[in-house]
Design a protein around this ligand. Structure first.
Ligand SMILES: [Ca+2]
Ligand SMILES: [Ca+2]
Ligand SMILES: [Ca+2]
Length: 346
């Protein structure tokens, strides 16, 4: 979602895939790896540290040499590889890199990828679409291949503002926010295959409000959806649950332990539903919107005090994000005069 500048900020979450055959839960020890990562991040505070070379250890670099990005898709899909047990510590992220093939001179934001990371959806204010902000899609043939020129997603866009696309890991469900009927509401669309067109978007009416609602991100189980809304007077995070992937969504509840009078938005849960990534304008960041994360001891527990992702934040805006299931690749919109899509790895 683009922020401020006279346009209502638009944000989107990526509904993460529901049931996906072959999915493996993240390995035990995630908490310890995150703990170590937080320690590393504490050492990497500020742009001045971005060029340092003592970030990833030798073991990390050795791993990176055999990363899924270097694997031939014919040998093993990058996604399968990414889901293999991975015990290396989650250290600080690398310096963010712009996705220049996707960015424009206008604001580009709200990235969301399929689990294989071969298809990306995002929102952009560039000219040429039916409305002021539109949803675009790009694909690539492999994890290190070039992205194709972005294309408008005609089935999802309107003459109003459309933003915060969140595609599921299997690429068959997408949610997004649209102001086509007044305030921003969440919509959902599906497709039978990755090459089929998206169905006519349907409003997620039971989650909506008369205020603006953005970015509905499905957990990998498909049973939890987090989104953000200013129904309480300022942007805060909300969660809804359902018993099965075919059941109706329950009444949304505010994640009030994470609420401040400042902006909270762009939430995404990890597969354990114990780690939440989001953006916030709360004090303690670098300025404007910044990326934050919070953890909890179990999916039913309250989140602890959030920590900023120091090495990714700037005095500009860091907005809606998407993070891979192994938590090693994060895509987000960032910028000062206009937003651009970035990726950082660890
Ligand atoms: Ca831009
Ligand atoms: Ca708030
Ligand atoms: Ca910032």
């Amino acid at each position: 979602m683009a922020t401020v500048r006279g346009v209502v900020a638009l944000l989107a979450l990526g509904p993460l895939a529901c049931t996906r055959a072959g999915y493996e839960a993240p390995p035990a020890g995630l908490d310890q790896r995150l703990e170590r990562g937080a320690h590393d991040r504490a050492r990497a505070d500020g742009p001045a540290d971005r060029g340092r070379t003592d970030g990833p250890g030798a073991a990390d670099l050795a791993r990176r040499d055999q990363s899924p990005h270097d694997q031939s898709p014919h040998d093993q899909s990058p996604h399968d590889q990414a889901l293999k047990p991975d015990t290396a510590p989650l250290g600080a992220f690398s310096a963010p890199v712009k996705l220049t093939a996707l960015n424009s001179a206008a604001s580009d934001d709200d990235p969301s990828l399929t689990g294989d990371e071969l298809e990306i959806y995002f929102a952009s204010y560039r000219a040429g679409g039916p409305g002021p902000e539109n949803i675009y899609r790009s694909t690539r043939s492999g994890p290190s291949a070039a992205w194709s020129p972005p294309q408008l997603v005609a089935e999802l866009n309107s003459t109003s503002l459309d933003c915060t696309p969140r595609v599921s890991l299997d690429g068959l469900t997408i949610t997004f926010a649209s102001a086509r009927s007044g305030s921003f509401e969440l919509y959902v669309s599906t497709r039978a295959t990755r090459s089929a067109p998206w169905s006519a978007p349907q409003p997620l009416a039971s989650l909506g409000s008369s205020a603006d609602d953005y970015g509905g991100s499905l957990s990998p189980s498909g049973l939890t959806l987090v989104f953000y809304s200013d129904r309480g007077g300022d942007l805060d995070l909300y969660v809804s649950k359902r018993a099965t992937t075919g059941a109706a969504w329950g009444a949304p509840a505010e994640l009030s332990e994470l609420s401040t009078p400042h902006e909270e938005g762009g939430p995404q849960l990890d597969a354990t539903e114990k780690v939440l990534f989001f953006f916030s304008t709360r004090p303690g960041g670098k300025g404007g919107r910044d990326l934050w994360m919070a953890t909890r001891s179990s999916p039913g527990a309250l989140f602890g005090t959030p920590t900023p992702i120091l090495e990714l934040n700037t005095a500009g805006e860091e907005s809606d994000l998407w993070i891979s299931t192994d938590l090693r690749r994060i895509y987000f919109g960032s910028g000062s005069t206009d937003l651009d899509l970035h990726v950082a790895t660890r």
